[in-house]
Design a binder for this molecule. Structure first.
Ligand code: PMP
Length: 359
């Protein structure tokens, strides 16, 4: 029996996608082989990668002057790849600090550039996003980086910062494909695949043409955007299974009505879960209502001595991976695209029942 998996990532995938992958696992497209066993340069695999890119462009409405790159090294690799590609030695780069993932991006960027933190939400213990007026790039900045959705804190921007001519760079690891976005507002969008895009091992970069071709000479070739763009992301062996599975997920997303329909579903799921948390003195979400994530919903129990019992009984009820990140404790329900409303309903029912028994 499949559980409702609330993991923050690697995260639940649509059952239809898993079943299709299973059905063609040993014989993909009548090749007599699995997709993992074919050459990445075969015309069949190249066609699958091209279809994945075309679907991604269609669903995200990626303008023609952006490159789509399928890389490795995760979003963490791009914490270095971004300053190496978009800034020169000695440049200043701007970062917004809204929590754990921002901090990691900042620490890595400091190895390569002078980091200016333009807004820092530590005073609210990272339960807020900055006032839009505060997110202004500094003079001569090479780019401004922010984390639209903080996976651990459950803090999400309700707006896209306006940085004028300074390229806006967004770590969309835990929010990409959750709703429509206007790609033209960004210079670069990136994210690890393992939440809304497939298995771990694939990292997506969508980058505007004018930002391609500026990599510092010491940039590893596999993260040099121009080298990768010119090679169709196949400078070396790409993560073939991840690209194939991304294609299946994008087909599924299109069948679900695309990102507008998915966004409405995600909004409804999140609203219902926050309403259940806010409606009870037994549970609490610490995030400011205007900054609450649709994807990652942290909550704490009024009595934290019940945490272990809550998690154990939830798992018994088929609701798994609800423990908050090890750095913060409490609970966290990650409700990405593949989590149906029934999963959220089952969690809310369980929470009410647990409160009745222990409140
Ligand atoms: N940024 C965010 C917002 C994340 O949630 C994660 C992973 N949880 C990362 C970066 C790091 O991604 P990866 O593990 O792919 O390097």
């Amino acid at each position: 029996m499949r559980v409702h998996n609330f993991s923050a990532g690697p995260a639940a995938m649509p059952l239809d996608v898993l079943e299709q992958a299973a059905s063609e696992m040993s014989d993909w497209g009548s090749s007599g082989m699995s997709v993992m066993e074919v050459s990445h340069r075969s015309k069949e695999f190249v066609a699958a990668a091209e279809e994945a890119e075309a679907l991604l462009r269609e669903l995200l409405a990626v303008p023609d002057d952006y490159r789509v790159l399928f890389l490795q090294g995760g979003a963490t690799g791009q914490f270095a790849g971004i300053p190496l590609n978009l800034s020169a030695e000695g440049d200043t780069v701007d970062y917004v600090n809204t929590g754990a993932w921002s901090k990691k991006a900042i620490a890595e960027a400091k190895k390569y550039a002078t980091v200016n933190v333009v807004a820092d939400e530590s005073a609210s213990n990272y339960s807020t996003t900055p006032d839009p007026a505060a997110v202004r790039p500094s003079q001569g900045s090479a780019y401004l980086h922010y984390t639209p959705n903080e996976t651990i804190g459950g803090v999400e921007f309700g707006y896209v910062p306006d940085t004028g001519d300074v390229p806006l760079v967004a770590d969309m690891s835990s929010t990409i494909l959750s709703r429509p976005i206007e790609v033209s507002k960004f210079g670069l969008i990136y994210g690890g695949a393992q939440k809304n895009m497939g298995p771990a091992g694939l990292c997506l970069v969508v980058v505007r043409d004018d930002l391609v071709g500026r990599a510092r000479p010491q940039t590893p070739s596999v993260w040099d955007y121009r080298a990768m763009a010119e090679a169709g992301s196949m400078l070396n062996t790409p993560p073939t299974f991840g690209i194939y599975l991304l294609g299946l997920i994008l087909r599924w997303l299109k069948g679900q009505g695309g990102l507008a329909a998915m966004g409405e579903r995600n909004r409804a799921k999140a609203e219902k879960l926050y309403a259940a948390i806010d409606g009870s003195p037994f549970y609490r979400n610490p995030v400011s209502p205007d900054a609450r994530s649709w994807m990652n919903v942290p909550f704490i129990l009024a009595d934290d001595s019940l945490d272990k019992t809550f998690l154990a009984q939830a798992a018994e009820a088929g609701l798994t991976n609800l423990a908050g990140h090890r750095s913060v404790g409490g609970m966290r329900a990650s409700i990405y695209n593949a989590m149906p409303m029934e999963g959220v309903d089952a969690l809310i029912d369980f929470m009410k029942e647990f409160e009745r028994a222990n409140g």
